[in-house]
Design a protein around this ligand. Structure first.
Ligand code: NAI
Length: 241
């Protein structure tokens, strides 16, 4: 069989970058999507290529349906197939609900949840034709347990879990598996400004997660977990048991 292809959205830094690297290490050609930082995207591509496979960055905004469709057309035009999709792109716009602007609500729902519709729709078609594929949605423990000050984010991440389970049931007959990962606190740009004093008291493994901890779970769900679908894998150091 030809080489396997993976697409990671928001793949130029943080968790997405680590996932892209782990998949490249596992022998995939990797397409990363990014929206703004071309330099970071190029640097990630450079690092990905060190594993010997092909790698390329594709610039499109995952909240823009047409841009997503065009981006995916371009990727499939070049690589011919997509075996693994990691819906990773995400943002936070935290604030108490009573003070939350509609803009902050909508941008978080669009980026974290509606993007999964835009990106997965054309790729599910391709995977259906292939009769194989693995889709991994980056949810969060906040989507399972909630968090004051994150109503928008919790809603989007909970939505991704419903999406994961429904799609797993729809696509299993086509040999496409759909799973979600729910990370705890992972050390990335997203969490760098959070006040995490005392957090270690609540994390049984006594450390923050690293992007690589999530990447290994992604590789597991993509490659090894051939009898696993519709699941939400918490990778949180035991934060919520
Ligand atoms: P990050 O901020 O470093 O990475 C997010 C990536 O998404 C960036 O590359 C960003 O450019 C990209 N992105 C944002 N909006 C986009 C758009 N409109 N189009 C294309 N790309 C876009 O954050 P991190 O931590 O690496 O987050 C990755 C995912 O993991 C997110 O979905 C996040 O919600 C989730 N997550 C992170 C946790 C953490 O503790 N860091 C915990 C739970 C979930």
């Amino acid at each position: 069989m030809d080489k396997k292809i993976a697409l990671v959205t928001g793949g130029s830094r943080g968790i997405g970058k680590a996932c892209a690297l782990e998949l490249a290490k596992a022998g995939y050609d990797v397409a990363i999507n990014y929206v703004g930082n071309e330099e970071a995207a190029n640097q990630t591509v450079f690092e990905l290529k060190k594993f010997g496979g092909n790698a390329e960055a594709f610039r499109f905004d995952v909240t823009n349906k047409e841009a997503v469709e065009n981006g995916i057309k371009e990727i499939v035009g070049k690589y011919g197939r997509i075996d693994v999709l990691v819906n990773n792109a995400g943002i936070t716009r935290d604030g108490l609900f009573m003070l939350m602007s509609a803009d902050n609500w909508e941008s978080v729902i669009n980026t974290n949840l509606n993007s999964a519709y835009y990106v997965t729709k054309p790729i599910a078609k391709i995977m259906t034709k292939q009769q194989s594929g693995a889709i991994i949605n980056m949810s969060s423990i906040i989507g399972i347990y909630g968090n004051a000050g994150q109503a928008n984010y919790a809603t989007a991440k909970a939505g991704l879990i419903g999406f994961t389970k429904a799609l797993a049931k729809e696509l299993a007959g086509r040999n496409i598996r759909v799973n979600a990962i729910a990370p705890g606190f992972i050390q990335t740009d997203m969490t760098k400004d959070l006040k995490l004093d005392g957090i270690y008291d609540h994390i049984p493994l006594k450390r923050l997660g690293q992007p690589e901890d999530i990447a290994k779970a992604v590789k597991f769900l993509a490659e090894d977990a051939q009898y696993v679908t519709g699941q939400v894998l918490q990778v949180d150091g035991g934060l919520v048991i």
